[in-house]
Design a protein around this ligand. Structure first.
Ligand SMILES: Cc1cc2nc3c(=O)[nH]c(=O)nc-3n(C[C@H](O)[C@H](O)[C@H](O)COP(=O)(O)OP(=O)(O)OC[C@H]3O[C@@H](n4cnc5c(N)ncnc54)[C@H](O)[C@@H]3O)c2cc1C
Length: 460
């Protein structure tokens, strides 16, 4: 019988492979609510060719493989449901190239958003990327893999829409480039004018290949950035307000939150607007456009701008914004999870009422938090709850509340985002049968042995 641990050590070096119980304990879980399952081995490769060799070994020996970034997606997507090898990508963290004029960056598959932001702050102060509000350790590759959203999503769509090229190791161990980089030294486009093959990988949770390089579009960074908050108690008018705001094309990012704590927030919806400019004039012009577009709602006494207290501003302008993580500590025990379906903006009122109903039904502290995607094209709606990890009953209540919230959003016309295994099953059941067959065909062709992140997007 072959000794897998020594084969892995031969590939990555002894220090970077482990089957110790302590390590297996940590890599068996993520910070969310999904049940743990231990891997047999953890490896931390440094190069794409090491990943190629790991996948060849896994194919030969039929061992499951789960790629992992920071493990912050919360919904169990990095939990090795059938054991096998967890590939921790963190050592592949180099920023390989910035093309300042064409505004893109190429990073390795384990580079974190925090590291990319720090690099751009220091070396390319006129450029920025769409940073999500996840902890700064979250990786760029995993974020686009799960179609994440960030600070520029209202303007440019999902973070995955901003990908301009990929390098992927296929389950067979072959390596390929996707996009303009497949035939040009420039990584300016993920597809057009060629067929867009990124869809074979993005959204698949590593079940069709491992991303070893990502090119991401960068955008102009303005010198100034400010925040305004429009407050309303009319949830039914929020979609119209967002429609007017997106019509101005003056706002960088629109987030909405509704939560009962602190008391001052109760029963209100806070539309948080981020505005940028290179000069005072530009900033003020944009601010005026934003104020004017909501004039009608102010006149009808359906809402108004609140003055943002100076102590609150730095928190709101922080990138990533840490207030979401702090929400986890509202209840003793520090647990936090959200189900974040992508919904039509018009269903915001129904979803907000649902999160409040679930909060009181399951006796949980809740927050409804939304981010506008594109020019009102959709919205990520977070049914967010906090819980005490030391209280199993409370965790079970949270699980139920999240499940009900996700199913409600699905019935209302939304689509799960970073779905749990159960949500993936529900989505596959509801999906057009021919689309499902197409997914099956893709999965079976790319991963005929079914070794890649098994359990995920498994079409039976
Ligand atoms: C407080 C908080 C706030 C958050 N706010 C946001 C937000 O504003 N926007 C947002 O988008 N998300 C947010 N998230 C969710 C999540 O943290 C991010 O989406 C994050 O980018 C996930 O990255 P990760 O490296 O942790 O992914 P992981 O959990 O490690 O991986 C996610 C998936 O990608 C796969 N994967 C990982 N690396 C690779 C690779 N190289 N190749 C192939 N597959 C791979 C994994 O197998 C898994 O299926 C938030 C989370 C928290 C806890």
């Amino acid at each position: 019988m072959i000794d897998i641990a020594s084969q892995l050590a031969h590939i990555v070096g002894e220090r970077f492979v482990s089957n110790n119980p302590e390590e297996a304990f940590f890599y068996a879980r993520d910070p969310g609510l999904m049940p743990a399952h231990k891997p047999d081995y953890v490896v931390v490769p440094k190069t794409a060719s090491e990943i190629q060799e790991i996948l060849r070994l896994a194919s030969r020996e039929r061992i499951p493989v789960v790629p992992m970034g920071a493990g912050m997606s919360l919904t169990g997507l990095v939990i090795p449901l059938r054991g096998g090898i967890v590939i921790d990508m963190k050592r592949m963290n180099r920023i390989l190239e910035v093309n300042e004029k064409a505004r893109y960056v190429i990073v390795e598959g384990g580079t974190s958003h925090g590291a990319l932001k720090a690099y751009l702050d220091k070396h390319c102060p006129r450029l920025r990327h769409s940073i999500p509000d996840s902890p700064a350790t979250a990786t760029v590759a995993a974020n686009v893999m799960i179609h994440g959203q960030g600070r520029l999503t209202q303007q440019y769509g999902f973070n995955s829409d901003m990908v301009s090229g990929l390098e992927v190791v296929l389950p067979s161990g072959e390596i390929c480039t996707i996009g303009s980089c497949a035939l040009s030294p420039y990584w300016f486009s993920k597809g057009a004018p060629l067929p867009d093959l990124t869809g074979l990988f993005l959204g698949w949770f590593g079940a069709t290949g491992i991303i070893t390089k990502v090119a991401l579009k960068l955008y102009p960074r303005k010198k100034m950035r400010d925040v305004e908050i429009f407050v309303t108690d009319r949830d039914d008018l929020v979609p119209d307000m967002v429609y007017e705001l997106t019509h101005t094309e003056m706002v960088e990012d629109i987030n909405i939150f509704a939560q009962p704590m602190p008391m001052i927030f109760k029963d209100n919806h806070h539309i948080t607007l981020f505005i940028t400019g290179d000069t005072d004039e530009e900033l003020e012009f944009k601010r005026k456009m934003v104020w004017n577009c909501l004039d009608g709602f102010i006149k009808s006494k359906d809402g108004g701008f609140m003055s943002v207290p100076p102590v609150m501003k730095p928190t709101l302008l922080d990138m990533p914004q840490r207030s979401v993580s702090r929400f986890a500590d509202v209840k003793k025990g520090g647990g936090f999870e959200y189900s974040g379906p992508i919904i039509p903006v018009e269903t915001y009122p129904a979803c907000t009422r649902k999160v409040m109903e679930l909060g009181s039904k399951y006796d949980l502290a809740y927050s409804a938090m939304a981010r506008v995607i594109g020019r009102n094209h959709a919205m990520m709606f977070g049914f967010a709850f906090t819980f005490n990890r030391a209280d199993p009953q409370m965790m079970e209540r949270t699980r139920k509340a999240l499940e009900e919230g996700g199913e409600f959003a699905l019935a209302a016309g939304g689509v799960f985002w970073k779905p749990t295994i159960d949500e993936q099953r529900l989505a596959l059941e509801k999906m057009d049968a021919t689309t499902r067959d197409l997914m099956k065909m893709i999965k079976e062709n790319l991963d005929p042995l079914g070794i890649m992140n098994p359990g995920n997007w498994e079409v039976v």
